[in-house]
Design a protein around this ligand. Sequence first.
Ligand code: 13P
Ligand code: SF4
Length: 307
Amino acid sequence: MSKEALIKEIKGLKQERNAIILGHNYMDMDVQLIADFTGDSYDLAVKAMETKAEVIVFAGVRFMAEQAKALNYDREVLSPDLNAGCTIADALDTETLREYRERYPGVPVVLYINSNIDVKAMADYIVTSSTAVKAVRKIPGDTVIFGPDYNLATYVERMTSKKIIKVPPNGKCIVHGNYVPDYIREARTKYPGAKVMIHPEAPLNIIDLVDFVGSTNQMIEFARNSEAREFIVGTEIGMINALKLKVPGKEFYPLTTEPIARCPFMAMITLEKIYRSLRDDVYRVEIPGNIAEAVREAFERTRKLLG
Ligand code: 13P
Ligand code: SF4
C-alpha cells in the first residue's frame, strides 16, 4: 500500500473505532504527523489518563503503553509492537527491588517511568525525566531508593543533594548512556554558536559540557523560548522531527549521527504497524488489575507532591 493510502486507512479506522494515537517525540516524522498528540513520557501519560477515546494506540515503547493502560484501565490500549522494550526498564526486576526494600526499610522507592509494569507497581513514587528532580526534592527524608536509570539517579543526586541509593547500580539507556564527551566537542566545533541540549539519561561528564538539561518536552520549550537560532540535540535522533514540527524557523543538528543515536525500540513503531494495530486489534496491552491500581496510586501520589 502507498504511504498516502496507508494514512487514509489509518484515519478511517481511527474514526470508526473512536481511537486516539499518542506518539512519543522520538517517532518517525510520518508517525508524528498522524498522531493526535505527541509529547514526552509525562505528558503522554497524562493524555492517556484523560482521554475519552475508546481505543488508545500507543506509538512509543512498551513501558509507555503499559503506563497508559494502568492509568486508564477501562480503555483498550494497543501497542503496535510489544517487542519495543527499553534497556533501562529491562535493567530492574521485582526480586532485586524487593531485596533493596528489605535492606533499606522505610526508605521511599522512586522509580523512573521507564520501568516494566510489575516493577513499577512496587514504587512509592513514579517520576519522569521532567519531574524527577522536583519530586525527589519534595519527598520527606534525606534518602531515597532510585532506579532503574543510573545516570538519571546521579543527576537527581547532584540537583537535590539527597542520598540516592541506586537500583540497580548499572541501568542505562542504549542511546544516552553511550554518549562520550568527544561528541559534544566535535558538535560544538561543527556548529559554533549553537546551544547544546541534553537528556538527563546522559552521564554527568556530558551534562557538565552542555547549555541545557531536560526532558524531550522541556527541550522544545527551551528551544522555543531561547534567543538562540541553532541547537545541537543531545537525545535520540527522532527528536529532530518533533523540534522541526513544534519550533519552526530554527535549526536543529544531531549531537551525533552514529547508529547509537537511534533507539532500536522506538524505531520498531511504523505507520504499517499502526495500521495493523487498528485493523486487527493488536497487540492488546493487558495487565492485572492490582498491578494497575498500585501504579495508578504511585503516579497520583507523585502528581500531588508536584502540585
Ligand atoms: P522523555 O520523557 O524525556 O520524553 O524521555 C523518554 C525516553 O525514553 C528517553 O529516552
Ligand atoms: Fe529506553 Fe533509551 Fe530507547 Fe528511551 S531511548 S526507550 S530510554 S532505550
